[in-house]
Design a protein around this ligand. Structure first.
Ligand SMILES: [Zn+2]
Length: 144
């Protein structure tokens, strides 16, 4: 199985192009699955969009998930589109993120924790399926 679970798009400021462009590219490359994993908003910040070149706005997050769900349905049977997010985690601020993620049907979340230990108890609906050696601090988890 060929796949890419780490993609960024225009919404989070890390890349150019729309989600659908990446799905079309994945089809052209013959991938079996592609994951949508824009950088999450700063849910622990009072501002809507404090870091425009690093993360998407909080107000853009529901639309992000809706677009991914729409494309997942549109491409069903042609390529598996997985819905995810890449999330920075800072110890002591994790509850604001967990509360938002529990609202949506994510297939996986890429966690990059920046300080302290990672209290996975906040994600009771998620299980770790694979760990990656990305500075030893990235996990890919999926919902159960
Ligand atoms: Zn990334």
């Amino acid at each position: 199985m060929r796949f890419d679970l780490h993609t960024h798009h225009e919404r989070c400021g890390h890349a150019y192009g729309r989600m659908e462009d990446y799905i079309e590219q994945a089809l052209e490359l013959g991938l079996d699955a592609v994951g949508i994993s824009d950088h999450c908003p700063s849910f622990d910040d009072l501002q809507d969009h404090p870091t425009p070149r690093l993360k998407m706005a909080k107000s853009a997050f529901p639309e992000y998930v809706q677009e991914a769900l729409r494309l997942k349905a549109k491409y069903q049977g042609r390529i598996e589109v997985l819905i995810g997010v890449e999330s920075d985690i800072i110890a002591g601020r994790i509850e604001a993120y967990a509360k938002e993620y529990d609202r949506y049907p994510f297939d996986y979340i890429i966690l990059v924790w920046l300080s302290g230990f990672l209290p996975l108890k906040f994600w009771s609906s998620l299980i770790i399926t694979r760990s990656r050696s990305h500075s030893g601090r990235t996990l890919i988890v999926r919902s159960i």
